[in-house]
Each structure stands twice: as C-alpha cells, then as structure tokens.
Design a protein around this ligand. Structure first.
Ligand code: SAT
Ligand code: MN
Length: 596
C-alpha cells in the first residue's frame, strides 16, 4: 500500500469485499508498470504490440463490437430530485441506482485484479486541479489512464490525507474458475450503467471498457461531476479546447472553444496557420477548467495529459500535428492493423496495404464497402508529444483566456464569425449552438440539433441551471472588463449549390486573427442585429489560394433565415420551461425586436 489515507484504504477495502477480485494492485504510475500491464495483455492475446521500428512502444486493441463508444442512453445523472437532472438526461434516484448496481458489482471482479488508480485531473498541486481515485478491473483502462491523466504514486503523495473523488469501474464480466477471458470483456448493453451522483461526487460505471464510459477522469469526472462542482463553487468546467495564438510581433493570447462533435475541434487546437508570422499552440483539445485569478481574469487549465482522439480522417493533410503526436508511445483502439505491424484508417492519406486486418479482425476488402477502422476508432497519445504543445500547458496557474468561441456545422444562417454584444448575449449564443442534421443521414428530424455549449451529453445537472450558472459567472466576475469576449464561428457555411464557402483548416487562422485584433481593440466591426460582424476588409485573405472567397455572403445576415432561427430557438428553449433564465428569454426577445 502506498498511502496512509485511511478513508481511501477503507473505501478500496469495501469495494474489494463487494467485487471480490483475486488481487488488488495499487498503481504506482511507473513506466515499468505500464509496460508490464501491456505486455501481459499481449501475452493473453488481448493486444498487439506494434512494430517498434514503425511505431515504438505502441499497442493495438480491438474492442468487442458491442462496446465501441460512449453510450448516452445508458448514462445517468442521479440527483435526489428528477428536475435537478433536467430534460436532457436519464435520471434514476440515487438509492435505486445504487441498489441496482450493488447487485451487479457483487462478485463482478472474480478471477480478475482490482487496480487502484490515483489520478490528478490537472497539473499536480494546481489550485484548479482535482484528485480522483478510480478502481477498475481493466488493465486496458489503467494503461489509458496513464496517458490521459497524471496517475500513480505522486498523486497519492499530493493527496496525503485529503479528499478524493471516488470512481468505481468494472467491465462487468466475472470469470468462473477455468473460464476463458475474452479479449475485450464487457457486459451486454442493458447491463451497462454509466452513473453519476453529482451531489455526493461519485461515479459508478459498470459494463463497458470503452473511452468515456471507462476512463472515468474524462467526461464523467472532468465534465459531469466537475460541472456540478463548478456551479457550486463558482468556476467553469467546460467541453472546450484551449489554444495559444501569437501574432508576428510576439504578442500571445489564449482562446477556449466549444464545438459539438465532428466540427474539427482537435484540428483547430493544433491548427497550422496559413498566414506567415502567426503561430497556434495547443494547451488542450477537449476540456477546460477555469477559475478567476487574482488579476480578475479567467485562467484555464487542461485537466488531461493526453489526447483521446478520433483516428479516421486524421492525416498529414488534415492534422499533421496530431499525426506527429502519435508517432509512438500510443494506444490504438479499433483502427485497422497492417501486416507489417502498424495501424491504418480511412482517410489516413494512403491506401491500406494488402493483408490489412479490420477492427473486427477480418481481412480488409476495400470493395466490401465495410470500413477497416471503426468510425469511432481512437488513438490515446501523450499531449507532451504534440509538436505544438504550448510551453504553459502544465502551468499550475493556467493560462488567461481572452476569448470564448462557440461554433457548429451550419450550412446556412450563421455567418463565418461574429462577436457577442456582451456576456449575457454570449451566453445566449452558447446556449443555442448546434449542427444541422439532414433527416436522411441520421434518421432524425431534419433541422438543427442543438448542443448548448457542446455540453449536451456532459452537464451533470439541469441544463437550464447550467445556463444560469454562466449568467452568474458574468454577474459575479471580479472585473467585468476582464471577462473573455465571446464569439460565434461557423466554418461550414455553404452557397446555394451546396459548395463550402470557406476553406477551413489552416485558413481558420484568418478568423482567429480578427478575433485576436478585436481583443486588442484594433479589429474593425460592423454592428448588426445579431452581433458585431467583421467589416469585409477586416478579414485577412492575403495569399488565399481561392481568390473568389465570397466574404460578403460569408459575413451577411439574412433576416429571413434569422427569423426562422428564432422560431427554432424558441422550440429549443421551450424544453426548459420556467427554469430557463429570464436573461436568456430577454436575449431572444431583443434579437426578435432587432430583426422585425
Ligand atoms: O469516449 S469519449 O467520451 O472519451 C470521447 C467522446 O465520445 O467524446
Ligand atoms: Mn469531447
């Protein structure tokens, strides 16, 4: 045992009694431990060691085909009152959930080892960081937690006799004596429970070994539990990337940005600018925790220490910095495997070699129409390996945020970029972001799938109360003039022929540059009904390959489209009933008045 923390020791013992593992292993977080766990999985046939000359110290996993992503319909927010979970979450009363789960946990680790993972979300010792302890019966989870968090003995030393956030995890597949262990043990879908008890700060996860269901530091702790703590304590836990942007004079600012999935968040965090002299560096690609500093500014840390990124369509063309990050010391899950012991996926930028094996362990046949990699195949890679990792990414004080960006995939209506009038207007913008869905593709009602603040799956309490918290952050800010400015961006606007109007990727620096200049007080803007838009001459398009960029369309406000947007927002807001903050209802009314 590596700790004298009696509360922790008792907690581990209690769970061990219930789960009945064969052994208990306290993780020290060392390289030797990491290697021995992975080599153990290789020996059992649960992992493949990749070719060291191609991808040193890296491992390949195939999950069970039923366990490939976060399961939102099995994710629960267990507050005492149902209304505190709100309209967007599955709710079960805490006692009832705990009773159900205790039965499942009873004996669930038979034939397995219980690993104790002490981990810190955020740099060790930062005032913004939090310590959690996860117990799990999955060595795969231990290995991933080693990359994604600061974990092991040093965390216990920092914890001392202090408080930790307890996180319980089991794959839910006990072994009877002599029973063969499948390479990816997990429980059937109806037995999976990703449960959160925000009021008591507990996470109980059962039945899945994949991603955010199982690496409990990430979405469960750093977003769902942390957002509830942040509301109570007056800070922000957000689903945001953090980037540093430096202009040719060497002046640096930090932006944090929230986008629903499939909007290129990791790409933006690692963007390679197409305007000479500008630089973008990465602090984080997924989560930001923010507190006010003594100077009244909001300071952000990335609570994670790795990237758990979607592999397909990541390439040297779309995101060279991500590709370079995962050159080695990485874990790949549900990608394809090449015969020479490397990984492959759709959109990696070259053809799959003959003899490539798919994520379902079959010989890849490109003519079959079945992808070689699962669309949610992931890489787990240390953030420190990113070629453009920001020098302050582990600064315990965090980095001061100058601007928040909210975006989504909107082929119509939303201009390339605009600035909110003030904090409450910015909160309004965040509360209505989303991406357009076509009925055919997703089987949903066509329209805009709203994903407020990109937090729809990740707020640990009633979304309307979360909006209220954002309003309160602005109201109670120690220095209102030091609050970040708020922007809405849309890289995905199309013309009437369905052609993208904006090149995106590295050219998004042109939008970041305008935002940077606005924060400096130099960027030019026009006041419109919806916010401050760049004047067309204030977006730098020098050196753009496509000389026919239609900036006047990209920066236009189409009143008819906006009137429809208001109707859609009204529908979206209706679900929150009278819990919706008046400030946001006012924002919608004011917008209507400006447009009609
Ligand atoms: O699986 S994760 O929750 O870590 C990633 C995601 O689904 O956004
Ligand atoms: Mn995410």
């Amino acid at each position: 045992m590596m700790t004298n923390n009696q509360k922790l020791i008792n907690w581990v013992n209690e769970w061990a009694q219930l789960c009945q593992p064969d052994k208990i292993h306290w993780c020290d977080g060392s390289e030797a431990e990491y290697k021995s766990l992975l080599d153990g999985m290789v020996a059992k046939g649960a992992a493949v060691k990749l070719n060291d000359s191609k991808r040193p110290n890296s491992y390949y996993f195939q999950s069970d085909p039923s366990d490939v992503a976060r399961v939102e319909n099995r994710t629960f927010i267990c507050t005492t009152n149902k209304d505190d979970a709100g309209p967007n979450y599955n709710w079960i009363a805490p006692d009832e959930m705990k009773n159900t789960l205790r039965k499942l946990y009873n004996g669930c680790m038979k034939g397995r080892t219980l690993y104790v993972i002490p981990f810190s979300m955020g740099p060790l010792g930062s005032k913004i960081s939090k310590i959690g302890v996860q117990i799990t019966d999955s060595p795969y989870v231990v290995a991933n937690m080693k990359i994604m968090t600061r974990m092991g003995k040093a965390v216990l030393d920092t914890l001392g006799n202090g408080d930790f956030i307890p996180c319980v995890h089991s794959v839910g597949f006990p072994l009877q004596p002599g029973q063969k262990d499948p390479s990816w043990p997990c429980a059937p879908i109806e037995q999976k429970y990703i449960s959160h008890f925000p009021e008591t700060r507990e996470i109980w996860s059962y039945g899945s070994g994949y991603g955010g269901n199982a690496l409990l530091g990430k979405k469960c702790l750093a977003l769902r539990i942390a957002s509830y703590m942040a509301k109570t304590e007056g800070w922000l836990a957000e689903h945001m990337l953090i980037l540093g942007i430096t202009n040719p004079k060497g002046v640096k600012k930090y932006f944090a940005a929230a986008f629903p999935s499939a909007c290129g968040k990791t790409n933006l965090a690692m963007l390679i600018p197409t305007i000479p002299g500008w630089k973008v560096e990465t602090v984080g690609d997924d989560i930001a925790w923010m507190k006010f500093g003594e100077d009244g500014r909001l300071y952000a840390i990335n609570p994670e220490s790795g990237f758990f990124g979607v592999a397909p369509y990541t390439s040297m063309q779309t995101n060279p910095n991500a590709m370079l990050s995962l050159k080695g010391n990485s874990i790949f899950t549900n990608t394809a495997l090449t015969p020479d012991g490397d990984i492959w996926w759709e959109g990696i930028g070259y053809d799959a070699p003959e003899g490539t094996i798919t994520w379902t362990n079959e010989k890849f046949d490109p003519a079959s129409g079945k992808p070689a990699a699962h669309p949610n195949a992931r890489f787990t890679t240390p953030a420190s390996q990113c070629p453009v990792i920001d020098s302050a990414w582990e600064d315990p004080r965090g980095v001061p945020i100058s601007a928040f960006l909210f975006g989504g995939r909107r082929p119509t209506t939303i201009p390339l970029v605009y600035e909110a009038f003030d904090w409450n207007h910015g909160t309004f913008i965040g509360s209505v972001i989303g991406s357009e869905v076509t009925a055919a593709a997703i089987g949903l009602k066509a329209g805009v799938r709203r994903d407020p603040f990109a937090m729809l799956p990740f707020t640990g309490y009633n979304m309307a109360d979360y909006f209220r918290h954002w309003i309160n952050i602005g109201k109670n800010a120690p220095d209102k003039s030091a609050l970040p400015r708020i922007y809405c961006v849309n890289w995905f606007r199309k013309d009437e022929n369905g052609k993208w109007l904006w090149p995106g990727y590295g050219d998004n620096i042109r939008v970041l540059k305008w935002i940077f200049e606005r924060c400096e007080g130099t960027g030019k803007a026009v006041k419109t009904e919806i916010g401050y838009l760049p004047s067309t001459d204030s977006i730098d398009i020098s050196g753009l390959e496509d000389k026919n960029i239609n900036l006047s369309l990209l920066l236009s406000v189409n009143k008819e489209e906006w009137k429809q947007e208001i109707d859609l927002i009204r529908e979206h807001y209706a679900q929150f009933g009278n819990r919706l903050p008046d400030e946001l209802a006012d924002q919608l009314n004011e917008l209507g008045k400006r447009l009609y």
